[in-house]
Ligand binder design. Structure first.
Ligand SMILES: *Cc1c(COP(=O)(O)O)cnc(C)c1O
Length: 423
C-alpha cells in the first residue's frame, strides 16, 4: 500500500463526491467527526435565511408559513430513515441527556406497571458518563439501584428484577459496538425494557430499531449527523409504548392541543408528547442541513455504502499505524471484528497520549484524547472516520504525521502538555 494506492481508492470511491457537501478547511485532516461533525456548505445559507427572512421579515407568521412548528417532527422523519424507524415515530428535540431522562422515566413507569417489584437499572460501566448520571439521578428519585457492569457481564446481570437495560450502541471511547439484536432479545427474555443511545451510531453505522425490536432510543445531532455544536438530539419510542405514559417533562409542546391553552395536560398521541417546550428553530434548521448530507448518500447505497467505506478507512488506518508506527507502543483498543466496532478507532499508550494528540492537532490532524481511569481503561488517542468527507489519502497522510510526531518525539515539548478545558 502506497499513497498512490490511496489516491486510486479515492478515484474509485462511489461516495467521493459527497465531500463537496462540506467545508473542509485547507490543511486539516478531520478525524473528530464522531465528536463534532463537519459543517455542511448548505448550513450557513440556510441559517442566514431563517434569521434574515423567516425571522426578520416574516416574524411570528413563520411558525405557520415556514413550518417552524413541524420542524422537530420533519427532521425526525428524516433521521428515522437512518435508524430503521418509521415516519411519525421519532422527533428531533432537546439534548441527548434530556431525551434519555424522558425515555428512562417512561420505561421505568411501564416496568413498574407491568412487572411491579423491579428495582434495578443495568448499564455498562464505561458508558458515556452523562448516560450514567441521568440513570443515577432517576434511581435516587425512585429508590432504585443502578448496576454498572462490564460488557461481558451484561447477559448475566439480566435477572428478573431488572426494569431497564440502558446501553450506548457504540462505545464513545473504545468504538466497540453491541449486537443490538442479540442484546435486546436477551433483555426481553428476562422481562427488561431496553433503551439504546445511538449517539455514535446514527449516520455512522446501519441501525434497524424495528428489526431489533428495541423499546426506546435517543441519539445525538452534532456527531455523525453534522448538525452543528449543540444541535438538537433525537428521541424514538416504539409505538407499543408511546401512548402508555406521560413523559416526565410534560410541557406544552407535548400537549394534544397546545394552542387551546387549557390548564390541564392532555398528552399528544405518539412521539409528539416527547417534545417539551419551544424548540431552537435556528439550530433545527442547521441540523436539517446536516441530516440531509447523510441522506444524500441514499442514491449511492445509503448507510450500507457509508458503512462499507468507514470500515475500509478504519481498516487502512489500523494497518498503517501498526506498520508505520510499530515501535512506538500504540496498542489497538477497538475490536478488529467489523461486526463489533463502530466508525472510530482508538489506540492506548502508556504515556503521552494527550500530548501526542495535541502535537497532531498542531499539524492539522484533528483527533482527540480520552482520559482513562487508571485501572481497566487506559488513556486513549481517538480517531473518528466520517465516510462522507474523509478520503483514503487523508488516512495515509494522517498516519505519516503521527509517525513524524512519534519519531521526532516532538510531542514531549512543553507546549503540548497543557490541558485545555475541553479535550
Ligand atoms: C455525545 C454523547 C452524549 C451527549 O449528550 P449531550 O446531552 O448532547 O451533551 C450523550 N451520550 C452519549 C453516549 C454520547 O456519545
Amino acid at each position: 500500500m502506497t499513497r498512490n494506492d490511496c489516491q486510486v481508492l479515492d478515484a474509485q470511491d462511489p461516495l467521493a463526491a459527497l465531500r463537496d457537501l462540506f467545508t473542509v478547511p485547507a490543511g486539516v485532516i478531520y478525524l473528530d467527526g464522531n465528536s463534532l461533525g463537519a459543517c455542511p456548505k448548505a448550513a450557513p445559507d440556510r441559517v442566514r435565511d431563517v434569521v434574515e427572512r423567516e425571522w426578520a421579515v416574516d416574524l411570528i407568521r413563520s411558525w405557520n408559513t415556514a413550518g417552524w412548528f413541524e420542524l422537530p417532527r420533519r427532521v425526525g422523519d428524516k433521521i428515522a430513515r437512518l435508524v430503521g424507524a418509521h415516519a411519525g415515530e421519532l422527533v428531533a428535540t432537546d439534548s441527548t441527556s434530556i431525551n434519555l431522562y424522558k425515555v428512562l422515566a417512561a420505561a421505568l413507569n411501564i416496568a413498574a406497571a407491568d412487572r411491579p417489584g423491579c428495582t434495578r437499572i443495568v448499564s455498562e460501566r464505561s458508558n458515556f458518563p452523562t448516560d450514567l448520571y441521568i440513570a443515577e439521578s432517576l434511581c435516587r428519585e425512585r429508590g432504585l439501584a443502578l448496576d454498572l457492569v462490564e460488557p461481558a457481564q451484561i447477559a448475566g446481570a439480566l435477572a428478573s428484577d431488572v426494569a431497564v437495560l440502558t446501553l450506548t450502541h457504540v462505545n464513545y471511547r473504545s468504538g466497540a459496538m453491541h449486537d443490538m439484536l442479540g442484546v435486546t432479545a436477551a433483555a426481553h427474555a428476562a422481562g427488561a425494557l431496553v433503551v439504546w443511545d445511538l449517539a455514535h451510531s446514527a449516520g455512522a453505522v446501519p441501525v434497524d430499531l424495528h428489526a431489533a425490536d428495541a423499546d426506546f432510543a435517543v441519539g445525538c445531532g452534532y456527531k455523525y449527523l453534522n448538525g452543528g455544536p449543540g444541535a438538537p438530539a433525537f428521541v424514538w419510542v416504539h409505538p407499543r409504548h408511546a401512548d402508555r405514559f406521560w413523559q416526565p417533562l410534560a410541557g406544552w409542546w407535548g400537549h394534544a392541543a397546545p394552542f387551546e391553552f387549557t390548564p390541564d395536560y392532555r398528552p399528544a398521541a405518539g412521539i409528539a408528547r416527547y417534545q417539551c417546550g419551544t424548540q431552537p428553530i435556528i439550530s433545527l434548521a442547521a441540523l436539517e442541513c446536516g441530516v440531509d448530507t447523510v441522506l444524500a448518500a441514499e442514491p449511492c447505497g445509503g448507510m450500507a455504502a457509508l458503512r462499507e467505506k468507514s470500515l475500509a478507512l478504519a481498516d487502512l488506518f489500523i494497518e498503517l499505524v501498526e506498520r508505520r508506527c510499530a515501535s512506538h507502543g500504540l496498542a489497538l483498543v477497538t475490536p478488529r471484528d467489523h461486526a463489533r466496532r463502530g466508525s472510530q478507532v482508538c489506540f492506548s499508550r502508556s504515556d503521552g497520549a494527550y500530548a501526542i494528540v495535541q502535537a497532531l492537532i498542531a499539524r492539522g490532524v484533528i483527533g482527540d484524547f480520552r482520559a482513562g481511569d487508571g485501572t481497566l481503561h487506559p488513556d486513549i488517542l481517538r480517531f473518528g472516520f466520517a465516510p462522507l468527507y474523509l478520503r483514503f489519502v487523508d488516512v495515509w497522510d494522517a498516519v505519516e504525521q503521527l509517525r513524524d510526531v512519534l519519531e521526532s518525539a516532538e510531542w514531549r515539548e512543553a507546549r503540548f502538555q497543557q490541558r485545555a478545558a475541553v479535550t
